[in-house]
Design a protein around this ligand. Structure first.
Ligand SMILES: [Ca+2]
Ligand SMILES: [Ca+2]
Ligand SMILES: [Ca+2]
Ligand SMILES: [Ca+2]
Length: 394
């Protein structure tokens, strides 16, 4: 296996400039990329930067190096794309363990695209590295972040175990984060076990993000990893719109969700243990994970999805709604029974009798658990009389 050198590449991208750089140009099939350091300063946009840690394509038994890619971005309308390894990975290619960082707090109207391994596709038996991806986003900017592929994972492609952390530091902005493929996982693609964090910074006026543990779409026999998704709001913004989804926005065919853990912010969030929408090949073909959902403060709406999920509520949890309590399998077209559980241990009730006295139906016939004067849980489609001690951790 030919080893490529470890390079240091430093570039400056000025107004109306386009800079493209590869860490290991000419990397041969079955070669091994060097461990490169690539640093860019982007200012005075509109401007455009593309950094690729190794080479445009990685195929055969090629192995990407462990690269460090950093961009400091300022000005208006910069476009920044960082790929840890390649644009396309196929065959037995392996991504390196890369570190990608963009500091774009002072940019406006920026477009930032970070992919831990391949920009466009991972096919065959390609395997993603374990990457660390971090970004600070400025005002009126958009960022798309993926732990492995910036678009597609197919065949037997396997995502790495990545950490992605994005902060909205500017007044307003929008981010989309996927632990594995940014768009689709098809065939037998498998997601890694990722940690995804979205933070609305102390000075932000609004923050908006969609966070998917694995991909936007999971089709065929795609399988989600066991991911941890966390949202946080540091300051007191006018508005937030945060959606956490343990696996994919849509699960189709025979897709299988991982066992994910979701923590919402102190604002009203939307949390989905598996997917937002299901389109099974036949009834029950989609398997959900055993997920843990904690909306945090604010008035949250929660869906565990198929399989047995745990909903956790702590003091100050707000007025939350569980939309599919014991009904997640039905959403996946299955009639198999399901047993979700609600954990209210943090409230310190003496026992089931105490808790039971706080549960009644609202005017629409949905069970409401009135935890405190300001904290409640509404279970859509469930009556108070349907609930038993076994449904709770007291
Ligand atoms: Ca991943
Ligand atoms: Ca997952
Ligand atoms: Ca919340
Ligand atoms: Ca689930």
């Amino acid at each position: 296996m030919r080893h490529m050198p470890n390079d240091t590449i430093i570039v400056s991208v000025g107004s109306e400039e386009l800079v493209i750089a590869f860490g290991d140009p000419g990397l041969p099939v079955d070669g091994r990329g060097g461990n490169d350091v690539m640093i860019a300063t982007v200012d005075g946009g509109p401007s455009s930067l593309l950094f690729v840690g190794d080479e445009s394509t990685l195929n055969g038994r090629s192995h990407g190096g462990n690269d460090l890619l950093v961009a400091t971005v300022e000005g208006r309308l910069p476009y920044v794309s960082l790929d840890g390894d390649a644009q396309i990975m196929s065959d037995q290619a392996h991504g390196g363990n890369d570190v990608l960082h963009v500091e774009a707090s002072n940019a406006t109207f920026a477009n930032v695209y970070l992919s831990g391994d391949a920009e466009l596709a991972m096919t065959g038996n390609a395997k993603g590295g374990n990457d660390l991806i971090t970004a600070e986003m400025g005002d009126r900017s958009y960022g798309a972040f993926s732990g492995d592929s910036g678009s597609l994972m197919s065949g037997n492609a396997q995502g790495g175990h990545d950490i992605v952390s994005v902060m909205q530091t500017g007044a307003s902005g929008n981010a989309s984060i996927s632990g594995d493929a940014f768009v689709s996982m098809i065939g037998d693609a498998r997601g890694g076990n990722d940690i995804l964090i979205y933070t609305v910074g102390a000075d932000a006026q609004s923050g908006s993000a969609s966070v998917f543990g694995d991909a936007s779409d999971m089709n065929d026999n795609a399988r989600g990893g066991n991911d941890i998704l966390i949202a946080a709001v540091d300051g007191n913004p006018d508005s937030t719109s945060i959606v956490l989804v343990g696996d994919a926005s849509q699960m189709t065919g025979n897709a299988r969700g991982g066992n994910d853990i979701l923590y919402g912010s102190d604002r009203g969030d939307l949390l989905y243990g598996d997917a937002r929408a299901y389109n099974p090949f036949i009834g029950g073909a989609i398997t959900g994970g055993r997920d843990i959902l904690n909306g945090g403060g604010g008035n949250d709406q929660l869906w565990g999805g198929p399989n047995n999920d745990l909903f956790v509520f702590g003091a100050g949890s707000g007025q939350d709604v569980v939309s599919d309590f014991n009904q997640g399998n039905k959403a996946g077209g299955s009639t198999a029974p399901e047993h979700d559980v609600i954990d209210v241990h943090a409230y310190g009730f003496a026992g089931w009798a105490d808790l039971k006295s706080l549960i009644s139906d609202d005017s629409a016939g949905n069970a409401v658990i009135q935890l405190t004067a300001s904290d409640s849980i509404t279970l859509d489609g469930i009556h108070a009389a349907d609930l038993h001690a076994r449904d709770f951790i007291v």
